[in-house]
Structure formats: C-alpha cells, structure tokens
Write a protein that binds this ligand. Structure first.
Ligand code: TRP
Length: 337
C-alpha cells in the first residue's frame, strides 16, 4: 500500500475553464501530483442537481477531462464520477447519518435553491440539490482522502464531510473513516475583465473571462478592452481593474516586466495601453503550450477517452474496496465472489 498521503479534489463539468479557475485551483492541483497520491474527479452526478441537458453534460464532461489533461493533470489521476457508481452507494449510506436540518442549513443549498426559484416559474428544487454535499462527502471519504484542495467557498462542505465521518465512526464504533483536511493554498483572486468589481466567472458572460482555450486574437481583444479605472476608486489606491492586470502579469509574465511596470505605476507614468499589451503577450505565450497540448488531445479524442475510462476503472477498484468494508461495518449484505 502506498504511504503517500491522499489528495482528492473534484470539479463540476461546466464547460470551458478560464484563467481564474487555472490560477485559483488547477495549477495547484497539477503541482500537488509531485508529492501526493492525487485523484481528481469530474463530477457529472453533481451537475444533475440543477436543470441541464443530457448532451451538454456528456460534452462538458469530456471537454473538462481534455482541458485538465492539457493543463498537466496526469491521465492516471483522473476519473469520471459516473464511471464509479460506488460513490452513489456511499452517498446513500451517509445520508442515513446526516440530518435533514444540517443539509438545509448549507449555504450553497440556500443560494442555489433561491436561484432556481427565481429563474424557474415552476420552482423545481431537486432533492439532489439538498443531497449534493452528502455525495461530495462520499467522493472524498471513499478514497480516504487526507487533503482536499478547494477554495474557501467549500469549507462548509468539508466540515460536513468531517461530521459525517465522525458520526459514521461513532455510530458503528470504529475509526474507519479519516477526517479529511482542507488544503488551502494562497492563490490569486482573478477578477472579471469587464467588471473588475466581481470575481472572474462564466455566468457573467463571454466578455468577463479569458478561457484557457480562447484563441490568441480573442485573448488579446479581451485584455485590451479590460476595464481599468472605474472612476469610483479611492484616491491613491490601485483600482481593481489595474490590479487584476498586474495579477495576470505576475502569474503569466516574467518578474522583471512586472517589477518595472509596477514602478512606472508608482511614478504615475504607466500607460495602460502598454500594460495591456504586455499582459496580453504574456498570457498568450503562457497559454500556448496548454493550447497546443489541447489541440493534440482533441485531435485524438478516442485515445484519450479510452485512457480516462481505463484510469477510472483503476481508481474504481479503491472505491469498491471501501464499499466492501463499509457493507461489512454497516450490516449490509455482500455476494462473496
Ligand atoms: N462542490 C465542489 C465545487 O462546487 C465540487 C466537488 C464535488 C468537490 N465533489 C467534491 C470538491 C469533492 C472537492 C471534493 O467546487
């Protein structure tokens, strides 16, 4: 058995990744692969909790897999959640040690159920939305994860996963499930290019984010038209839009260019056009190898799909082992093979 600590994280297949996702999460997930046994899931079951179209989900699932591979996630560390149905079984078992009240109090449930009731006249709020964090606890605990790299918005879900582990252990008089720790890494908060008072996100619209697979012309256009000064900024403070451009430069460009433009800014001689040009060049060249890799992968989809199916089957064996043990602990039956 591996003595390396287990890291687990999952992403919902929502389509294109943007530079905010990359700098905020994926870059770190790629690096963690050097020191830990990492398993990264594309959680398509989770994406069923909000209204969706089957074809779009199928397409987004593979598209996220291909983008993650292009960023440097190793194929053997990647799985698709629905290829490992054991997550569902553990979700059911966990739902019996979770209280209805604590699920209703989850911030994400409250936010999303409000969203649904505002958008949809029929006000359909699925029970799946309520169960969402139980399934997430199953994703994490089924692999005995030690660390879960996620953003601050997921802290409440992690706390629930720990509570579920504790309650399961207590109820069955065992120390079977570990308590997963959140792995916070200082990551830059990338803002929308069109409205830098908000976080970069896809729900805001196409102008607001730079996708990892945007073509060169589009990246340049988005950076050149990025909002810099909004006018209502306190005197003497860098405006969020300018700060955002510096964040991109710091992460995608070289330190010297970043330093020297910051100095220009301090002296009041910085031309935003020059800053934007430098940021655009740096972003384009940083993303180039990722985009090239992405083209390679998507021109040979069959091969990469087979690879991810094979790695999911391999990762599934660990989930099956957990389920065998959990069935035994909880008094459920197993067909001895
Ligand atoms: N809820 C997470 C998000 O929205 C996605 C997720 C599902 C997840 N299962 C997980 C994250 C397990 C970490 C571990 O980002």
């Amino acid at each position: 058995m591996s003595t390396q600590k287990n890291v687990l994280s999952c992403l919902q297949p929502t389509g294109e990744l943007h530079v905010g996702n990359y700098l905020g999460a994926i870059k770190n997930m790629v690096q963690l692969q050097q020191d830990y046994r990492c398993s990264y899931g594309v959680v398509d079951y989770h994406s069923m909790t909000m209204p969706y179209k089957a074809d779009k989900l199928r397409q987004n699932t593979w598209s996220l897999c291909f983008q993650l591979l292009a960023c440097g996630i190793e194929p053997e560390n990647l799985f698709i959640q629905s290829l490992i149905p054991e997550h569902q079984e553990l979700c059911w078992i966990f739902s019996c040690v979770t209280s209805y009240g604590e699920l209703q109090r989850m911030t994400q449930f409250k936010d999303k159920s409000q969203q649904v009731s505002q958008q949809d006249a029929k006000q359909f709020i699925s029970a799946g939305l309520l169960y969402y964090p139980v399934l997430q606890a199953a994703d994490i605990l089924i692999y005995h994860a030690d660390y879960v790299p996620v953003g601050k918005d997921q802290e409440q879900h992690l706390e629930l996963s720990r509570n579920i582990a504790a309650r399961f252990n207590h109820q069955f008089g065992t120390e079977y499930f570990k308590h997963p720790e959140t792995l916070f890494t200082e990551t830059p908060k990338v803002l929308s290019t069109a409205d830098p008072t908000r976080k970069m996100g896809k729900s805001l619209g196409e102008k607001h984010y730079i996708a990892l697979i945007d073509d060169e012309a589009r990246i340049i256009k988005k950076i050149k038209s990025a909002v810099t000064d909004t006018g209502d900024n306190p005197a003497g403070e860098m405006s969020p839009g300018v700060k955002n451009l510096f964040i991109l430069l710091q992460n995608f460009g070289d330190a010297a260019a970043h330093e020297s433009l910051l100095e220009d800014y301090a002296q009041g001689s910085l031309k935003y056009s020059e800053l934007k040009q430098t940021v655009a060049d740096a972003t384009v060249s940083y993303l180039r190898p990722i985009q090239e890799r992405h083209r390679e992968i998507t021109s040979d989809k069959r091969r990469y799909k087979d690879m991810i199916k094979a790695s999911s089957a391999e990762i599934r064996k660990r989930a099956q082992q957990t389920i065998r043990e959990v069935r035994d602990i909880t008094g459920l039956q197993s067909l001895k093979l």
